[in-house]
Design a protein around this ligand. Sequence first.
Ligand SMILES: [Fe+2]
Length: 195
Amino acid sequence: MWAYKKQLQYPINIRNKDLKMAKFIVTQFGGANGELGASLRYITQRYTMPDNKGKALLSDIGTEELSHLEMISTMVIQLTKDATIKELKEAGLEAHYTEHGFSLFPVDSNGVPFTAQYFAVTGDPVADLAEDMAAEQKARATYEHLMSLTEDPDLLAPLSFLRQREIVHYARFKELYDEYVEKYYKPDLNENPSM
Ligand SMILES: [Fe+2]
């Protein structure tokens, strides 16, 4: 179960409307390297981790990613607050408006909708943790790309916080990955006669 705290993990107070940045940042909601995919991937993978340590780590990080999803959603909503149709058109958001009005929808910055394929669950703890480490690095890179597209300090501060969390998550996954490789990884097919 989850206990909900009615408070963002990091405060979001964006003063300047910026529809183009909203269009780009939404990828961290519904894109391949975004927070929705990360959180659902981890809280799904956790059931097939081989011990309680792995299950707990995946639950912890999957839960934190949900709070990052909330931050990203808040950023997009604040960036588009009081937008006019003319401003939407100038930012290339007419198609989004046609389908979803001013609401959020999980898409990437090209408008490609979220897919369950982003979960990337194999049931093999070493393969899944390798996926998770790559996912954290891709999320870090995406946050860096977003940071290079804006000079607004109201955006840079939360983006920098989120980038930093991806670095911490990568380190925590790598620590568990190294432990599981030691314990469970059998790369020599001769050790597995059923193959
Ligand atoms: Fe993360």
